[in-house]
Design a protein around this ligand. Structure first.
Ligand code: AKB
Length: 315
């Protein structure tokens, strides 16, 4: 039995659908918290209230459903975490700790917990960032992701708990909008282009960040989950790379489809400083060698597919 926390979120909402298609709707519990689940998801299979900061609730859900695998998708993202340090600490650090403990106590067999490019910081080599390198993030979100990686590796080594994770870049998708991240501009730009032919970007035009299209993010999460345990040297800290671009490059690519699209810039100092502390591209040799990671989408194919799907969703 599988539990997905954060099932109403950007990644969780698509992951639940994919897992239910593969393993049967009745075998995948959609874990919800504040945001209600989409009606179709609620109707299609089991769901439960899961607030990871509430150990009792987490324990009850895992026991009641006999959960053996958890995909932990709920997290307070970078920009919101900077504005709500307490909540970020509660959810991203205490919540993750609860999950490790409760999983151990209930014989959960596998825990997938994504990390992020935020686990790097201003002292990390910025281009082609190695998998194993300096990790001194200067954001609370980044610190919580380093905590998650290190604790995950600790539980794996000390208790043989099968914890796995990848460092996700900005994820671009058309089904559910991301909230409160720094890379969200890349999704919002498509909404702006389709709705009003314009978008005001909060990052500078030349801010280069790693990005990935949702089908590749889902594939990475599922592929790491089914990778042969014995072939893994890393566990909770895999770089995965698909593409890197700047707001101005993305705008130009969107203009190829919609020539009326106009971009303007009004910089948000908070999100700009977060973006400036992150890598612009990643070396993902470890993921490619240890479990065969390979993305399918590059920037052009992402933009074409995203524009087409979002346009038909919005019109
Ligand atoms: C964010 O912008 O906070 C996230 C991330 C890169 O982890 N999308």
């Amino acid at each position: 039995m599988i539990l997905v926390t954060g099932a109403a979120g950007q990644i969780g909402s698509e992951l639940v659908g994919e897992l239910r298609a593969r393993f049967g709707s009745e075998n995948v519990v959609a874990g919800k918290h504040r945001t209600p689940l989409p009606e179709a998801m609620e109707l299609a299979g089991p769901s439960a209230l899961v607030d990871v900061t509430n150990r009792q609730e987490l324990d009850t859900t895992i026991k009641n459903y006999g959960i053996k695998t958890v995909f932990h998708m709920s997290s307070i993202l970078s920009a919101l975490a900077e504005q709500n340090v307490e909540t970020a600490h509660e959810v991203n650090i205490n919540g993750v700790f609860n999950l490790f403990q409760i999983s151990l106590e209930n014989d959960v067999e596998q825990l997938i917990i994504p990390s992020s490019i935020a686990a790097f910081g201003p002292d990390t080599p910025k281009t082609n960032t190695p998998n194993d390198t300096i990790q001194k993030p200067n954001t609370v979100y980044g610190i919580s992701k380093v905590f998650t990686e290190l604790m995950g590796n600790y539980y794996q080594q000390k208790f043989d708990l099968d914890v796995r994770g990848i460092r996700l870049p900005g994820v671009i998708s058309w089904e559910t909008e991301p909230t409160a991240g720094t890379t969200d501009y890349a999704v919002a730009m498509f909404y702006g282009a389709i709705r009003s032919n314009q978008y005001e970007c909060y990052l500078k035009p030349d801010t280069r960040l790693p990005m990935m299209y949702m089908p590749d993010a889902i594939k990475a999460i599922l592929d790491i989950s089914k990778a042969d345990y014995l072939s893994l040297n890393h566990h909770c800290d895999f770089n995965v790379h698909a593409m890197s671009f700047t707001p101005s490059e993305l705008a130009n690519c969107i203009k190829d489809i919609n020539p009326s699209f106009q971009i303007s810039y009004k910089i948000d100092p908070l999100r700009q400083s977060i973006a400036d502390s992150w890598p612009d591209s990643l070396d993902d040799k470890a993921a490619r060698m240890e479990w065969g990671w390979k993305p399918a989408f590059d920037m052009r194919s992402l933009v074409n597919d995203m524009y087409k799907n979002l346009e038909s969703k919005l019109t």
